[in-house]
Design a protein around this ligand. Structure first.
Ligand code: FAD
Length: 318
């Protein structure tokens, strides 16, 4: 079922969903199931599975020169989606990127997803590969997520890259896209970022999932601005409980979001990461309760492969 249908079926009640990462190459899928199992009692209508493109690693050779090696540390997005739908009978949402994909790769990827009975995709640009400052699209690929949305929407209308293909079966994907309450790191302003989000919606996306944030005011202001710009689709808040002291520096850097001073101070005072985890849970519960009160359609948690804190949070709300 499509995400927008799940939201309609919720009849105004906030639903629970979460995102997982494929395991590192070499690890077993059982660890994914072990993290999903404890969250199933909260009846997620859908589970997102991230996509991780290739990375470049540099290995020093005997002659002192560096050799570039291309590695994909977390393959398996499509397989995990199929396994989730099969095992739990819950909609799995694969993330799909512009980065590393030609238009042809994208089309073939979408055909696989359609055959697997996947009804939703999250369309993203992806970040620059490590060691590069700016995102570089493939020569025959997309530069922005809005272009990727257009290709998915074209396939939904039976338009393939090769116009001479016979039959032209239509896909029927519900398309999600990213939104940034504190603006995307490369965007010159929030207004400009919202302008381009609007383009993703105009090109066929049906809902937005936000980047993580720790100050609900930022989310509320973002939603208001989007509404003023005529964006009417559901805007699902994304939340991630802080779990380690190191994340105090890592999260603002990695996700370009500010941490409120009260939260920073509470974490600074913690003696160890067990205490930080508890502070992170309490903060996230308070954020979640306020968002439920505001009537958000879904609370979407970034589990990063560890479900114990998400379970504690969900048990306070669902
Ligand atoms: C909910 C969510 C899930 C994510 N999942 C993944 C994942 O699974 N794998 C992964 O690698 N990354 C993931 N990301 C990270 C994402 O790929 C990065 O944030 C990336 O840098 C931007 O992706 P986007 O889809 O928002 O890009 P876009 O919407 O293309 O925007 C990128 C930048 O370009 C600007 N822009 C857009 N269109 C134009 C235009 N026509 N002209 C000029 N500027 C323009 C925007 O304002 C923005 O600054 C996720 C992010 C979120 C919020």
């Amino acid at each position: 079922m499509k995400v927008i249908e799940h939201i309609e079926n919720g009849n105004g009640n906030t639903q629970f969903s979460f995102e997982i990462l494929p395991p590192l190459k070499g690890q077993n899928i059982q660890q994914i199931f072990d993290n999903i199992d404890p969250l199933m009692e909260f009846k997620p209508p859908f589970i997102d599975v991230t996509y991780h493109r290739e990375e470049y690693v540099y290995q020093e050779q005997e002659n002192g020169l560096l050799k570039r090696k291309v590695v994909r540390k977390r393959p398996g997005t499509v397989g995990i989606c199929a396994a989730i739908q099969n095992k739990y009978d819950v909609d799995a949402i694969p993330h799909i990127l512009c980065g590393g994909f030609t238009k042809e790769d994208t089309e073939n990827f979408l055909i696989d997803l359609g055959f697997l009975g996947i009804d939703n995709v999250m369309a993203l640009r992806g970040d620059a590969v490590r060691n590069e400052t700016y995102f570089t699209p493939e020569r025959e690929g997309h530069k922005y997520a809005s272009e990727l949305v257009s290709q998915i929407q074209a396939l939904n209308k039976g338009k393939y890259l090769d116009a001479e293909i016979q039959n032209q079966a239509e896909t029927d994907f519900c398309i999600g896209v990213a939104g940034y309450p504190e603006k995307h790191i490369e965007a010159p302003s929030l207004d400009s970022d919202i302008h381009f989000i609007k383009k993703k919606i105009a090109n066929g996306a049906s809902y937005i999932v936000t980047q993580l944030f720790y100050d609900n005011e930022k989310y509320f202001k973002f939603v208001n601005k989007c509404r003023k710009e005529g964006i009417t689709v559901p805007i699902i808040p994304g939340l991630k409980p802080i779990a380690t002291k190191k994340q105090l520096n890592l999260i603002p850097h990695r996700f370009s979001c500010e941490l409120p001073d009260d939260l920073i101070m509470a974490i600074v005072k913690c003696k160890d990461n067990n205490a930080v985890r508890q502070v992170g849970i309490e903060w996230c519960v308070a954020q979640s309760k306020e968002l439920v009160k505001a009537g958000v359609p879904v609370l979407h948690y970034y589990s990063m492969g560890k479900s114990d804190n998400i379970r504690t949070i969900a048990s306070e709300l669902f």
